[in-house]
Design a protein around this ligand. Structure first.
Ligand SMILES: Nc1ncnc2c1ncn2[C@@H]1O[C@H](COP(=O)(O)OP(=O)(O)O)[C@@H](O)[C@H]1O
Ligand SMILES: [Mg+2]
Length: 371
């Protein structure tokens, strides 16, 4: 039975749509252009990055994927970088299991060969490690290892904005000074917080200003999702009308995570009730599953009264927020800026809307009715 993914990143046959983005990103990377990918949480950044890396993989191109979000301390960062680069020669596991002993590392002939060219790797075995130096060397390893083997490298730093939690400014300066010299590597940096990414890459005084092409990731084409839904549901012998699926996709607007979650819930509902949920039942089920997440998101928003007021207006009025709030005493442009920058709302042809369709629906049905 096919697996359904609502949560972990998806690749290969489970990856839906985004053909244009993949083509564009791939071409840019091939030209040596660095990329910045910005989208709110659960929009499919990790999936897209992994899919691009996997499609670009060929004997001439090495790849590395580093998830900065999952790196708790500065010491782990050079380990992860080195490991991911070594993975291209299938040396990642042996490095991970032997890195505490120089002797053990050198016992493996292939790892030994790599170490002969990149002696810094032995530094991981020292009890008094110099993590900063290891980091400097490992960043250059991203470029020099492929150079040594006449290859190119595509290296992704996922949730790069989180780098500031390690040793902020200093690491960022180091990255910039190293990476700008790299000739064999192209980089993808992805991040969820527009404000953080913008202060790193977009603003005039940003450390990586004009260093990378910025791509704001949107939703996935609805038609692609409907085709995918039909194919997946067929595996479970579930029949759904196109109109019903269209209604669901109109609700999720092609939001990758919620669309997948809806699909999963249809399958679960069928297993339990031997029929499709009607649209209302499905929305209710989505709210049950996402209760904690939605409440937490709302809690974060509620910190600012101004933002709450603006969000209410966005949910209700969409394109008329300015006139709606004209005499409300709140600073509309400031609220819009702050909510756009933290990824809560975005501008569309129809005006502003929440980037999270379920949160929007929850506000409409739960918060609005109480006022
Ligand atoms: N291209 C895609 N096709 C199908 N589902 C996707 C796609 N991208 C993301 N998803 C869905 O969204 C969820 C979150 O994706 P992920 O890549 O982890 O997002 P992010 O890294 O932006 O938080 C995945 O578990 C999957 O269900
Ligand atoms: Mg991610």
């Amino acid at each position: 039975m096919a697996q359904l993914y609502a949560g972990p990143p998806v690749t290969g046959l489970n990856f839906v749509g985004r053909e244009k983005e993949i083509k564009y990103i791939t071409e840019l990377l091939k030209l040596g252009q660095n990329i910045v990918l910005i989208a709110p949480r659960r929009y499919g950044k990790t999936s897209l990055v992994l899919e691009v890396l996997s499609r670009m993989k060929n004997p001439e191109i090495y790849s590395a994927y580093i998830d900065v979000f999952s790196i708790p301390t500065l010491e782990i960062l050079p380990v992860q970088i080195t490991r991911e680069v070594l993975k291209n020669h299938l040396l990642d596991s042996i490095f991970a299991s032997t890195k505490n002993s120089a002797l053990a590392m050198l016992k493996n002939l292939n790892l030994k060969a790599a170490i002969e060219d990149f002696e810094y790797i032995l530094g991981f075995s020292e009890t008094q490690k110099n993590s900063w130096e290891l980091l400097e060397k490992s960043i250059d390893f991203i470029d020099q290892f492929p150079a040594k083997h006449q290859k190119r490298m595509i290296c992704a730093f996922d949730e790069f904005g989180d780098i500031s939690k390690l040793d902020g400014d200093k690491i960022i300066k180091l990255f910039r000074s190293k990476i700008q010299m790299h000739k064999n590597a192209s980089y993808i940096f992805s991040g969820s917080y527009e404000s953080v990414m913008s202060s790193l890459f977009i603003e005039k005084n940003a450390p990586f200003f004009r260093f990378a092409r910025v791509i704001n990731l949107g939703n996935i084409e609805k038609e692609k999702f409907i085709q995918f839904f039909q194919a997946q549901l067929k595996n479970y012998q579930i029949e759904c009308q196109n109109e019903y699926l269209t209604e669901i996709l109109n609700f999720t607007k092609g939001h990758p995570y919620y669309s997948q979650l809806a699909l999963q819930e249809i399958v679960i509902f069928n297993a339990l009730n031997k029929r499709n949920p009607d649209f209302g039942e499905l929305l209710e089920q989505l709210l049950v599953v996402e209760k904690n997440y939605i409440e937490k998101s709302w809690e974060e928003i509620s910190v600012s009264k101004e933002n709450v007021r603006l969000i209410m207006s966005v949910v209700q009025m969409r394109n008329k927020v300015y006139s709606d709030l004209k005499n409300s005493g709140i600073n509309v442009s400031r609220a819009i800026k702050s909510l756009t920058q933290n990824g809560t709302i975005s501008k569309t042809e129809r005006g502003y809307e929440l980037t999270d369709p379920l949160l929007s629906y929850w506000i409409e049905t739960n918060v609005m009715k109480n006022i």
